[in-house]
Write a protein that binds this ligand. Structure first.
Ligand code: AMP
Length: 300
């Protein structure tokens, strides 16, 4: 098990010692309740560096007032064991008061990339994400930071923020890790009842069908969206969006558009009370698998 580092000064001292040995730092920011998706990011960071730091911090500023901050799953002892197993060298586990000093007034806002898709449904969410990741980048210094493409908009926001604020950080996106039946692993999957988990499979299946249609040559945005939306609406409690968007700007395409090339198909929907997001880049990512449910129900 890893000894968690709780303070910025302990973190700085450790990183300074590792840097003095000439070791490049790999960094994986998380909110804990770790699953195989997070651990794949740790392995990716290890491939790209010699010393891997994981942060575990449930960041209050990225949750809306009616969201799940207080009940977000937390399992620090389990997370530390999993981090060590996956090859992490250190875990940074700050308190809220360390990350947001008394009287904190500074926020990082990433302009247009924060507005569409989830930005339209979670006001302030990406400001919260960009702010906390900027603080982590300031604390960690030069590093390779690995983020999941499951949170595609978040990845684009962080890439932009790192460039704009001149952080000496290489931001790397890792493909979405899924269960064998296609469901993207997420800490929030722990909220799903068995019946809801089955219904949630409509999301990867909608992505699968659209990816197959794209591979067969379908380029009409309206046609691609209609099939995906119908499948998700048939299973979800409510749907925030089923959108086809530009992979760089994240601006959704109009339904009349004929896609000029690869495009982001992104879905956000509620299954029961649980909000799930997923995506695939048509013309780039393999379609999610559509197999039978795994016996373990892993992914919590
Ligand atoms: P979270 O703990 O949910 O804030 O996620 C921490 C990091 O893990 C983010 O970069 C996420 O995009 C990434 N991540 C979460 N789930 C997955 C997944 N299923 N596949 C790949 N990366 C993931």
């Amino acid at each position: 098990m890893l000894e968690p580092l709780h303070t910025a000064s302990a973190l700085s001292a450790l990183l300074a010692a590792r840097r003095a040995e000439g070791r490049p730092i790999g960094f994986v920011p998380t909110m804990g309740a770790l699953h195989r998706g997070h651990l794949e990011l740790v392995r990716e960071a290890r491939r790209r560096s010699n010393f891997v730091l994981v942060s575990i911090f449930v960041n209050p500023t990225q949750f809306g007032p009616n969201e799940d901050f207080t009940r977000y799953p937390r399992d620090l002892p389990g997370d530390l064991l999993k981090c060590a197993d996956a090859g992490a060298d250190a875990a940074f586990v700050p308190e809220v008061a360390d990350m947001y000093p008394d009287g904190a007034e500074t926020r990082v806002t990433v302009g247009r990339l924060s507005s569409p898709l989830c930005g339209a449904y979670r006001p302030g969410h990406f400001d919260g994400v960009a702010t906390v990741v900027a603080k982590f980048f300031a604390l960690v210094g030069p590093c390779v930071a690995v983020f999941g493409r499951k949170d595609y908009q978040q990845l684009r926001v962080i890439e932009r923020m790192a460039i704009d604020l001149l952080f000496p950080v290489t931001v790397v996106g890792h493909p979405t890790v899924r269960d064998s039946d296609g469901l993207a692993l997420s800490s929030r999957n722990a909220y799903l009842s068995p019946e809801e988990r089955l219904r949630a499979l409509a999301i990867p299946r909608a992505l699968h069908d659209a990816a197959q249609a794209y591979a067969r040559g379908e380029r009409n945005v309206g046609v691609l969206l209609q099939g995906a939306a119908r499948r998700v609406e048939g299973a979800a409690t409510s749907v925030d969006y089923v959108s086809l968007a530009d992979t760089a700007t994240l601006e959704p395409f109009d339904t009349a558009t004929v896609l000029p090339g690869p495009a982001l198909l992104a879905i956000a929907a509620r299954i029961g009370h649980t909000r799930l997001i997923d995506n695939v880049v048509l013309g780039q990512d393999a379609p999610p698998p559509v197999e039978e449910a795994p016996a373990s129900g892993e992914g919590g």
